[in-house]
Design a binder for this molecule. Sequence first.
Ligand code: ADP
Ligand code: MN
Length: 262
Amino acid sequence: YADRIKLDDIGKKGPKITKDRANRATVEQVLDPRTMRFLTKLINKGVINGINGCISTGKEANVYQADHEGNDGTKREFAVKIFKTSILVFKDRERYVDGEFRFRNLKNQSNPRKMVKLWAEKEFRNLKRIFLSGIPCPEPIDLRSHVLVMEFLTKGNGQPSPKLRDHPFRDIDEIVHYYHQMLFYMRRMYRDCRLVHADLSEYNSIVHNDKLYIIDVSQSVEPEHPMSLDFLRMDIKNVNDFFSKKKINVYPERLIFKYITE
Ligand code: ADP
Ligand code: MN
């Protein structure tokens, strides 16, 4: 991002984004002028009031916290996931899009801007499908190009709910409980949503309101994808590896595979 713009510039067009100095620094890190335009749109449409602190900076996306106030004055918190246009990550992702019926006829694959838009769209559509089927996940709210707005899973005070990885388990029973919940949601995702997560792990699930929430679904694929069952085996292995380390007995991977697919 060669030319970054100041958050002050955006304030001239619409409501002001937070002026907090520390936040401004983190926000400016990834926000190129194009991204700023989409954020301005979201603010002007009243989807969000402004963008606050950064929750996560990743290889492929950054996630920010945002506030929302409805017409009736009800307040909500949203998470804004901004996908990065860095070319480096696309090589890695080709295998997910190739063979995806839903995105097959898009001739975008050499244009990073279009690709990143495609990823955001994929995440938004997958999230909708998962949300509508009743599996716990952040509610999808809005999408503008590579900027995705969803429900913020929070434990209060602006703090995000912990990833499964960081959840302080009370006892063995609770570990077993979340293990079973994970397998159950994988099965429902496969059978009800027709989706394989394809990057499922203790990093892409959140413990929120005593339930396991599934996140980060931009790479999820349908069962028709030629590699979907390989991705599913990988997901099962990741889940089993994590729970094995928590000193519980896990089911054989073959058995879980059957439980999910048959
Ligand atoms: P990536 O792994 O591609 O950077 P994720 O979608 O996994 O992107 O988000 C990164 C991190 O941000 C997550 O591990 C989680 O801690 C946090 N996060 C993402 N979405 C939400 C959300 N809706 N509510 C709370 N925290 C979130
Ligand atoms: Mn992730």
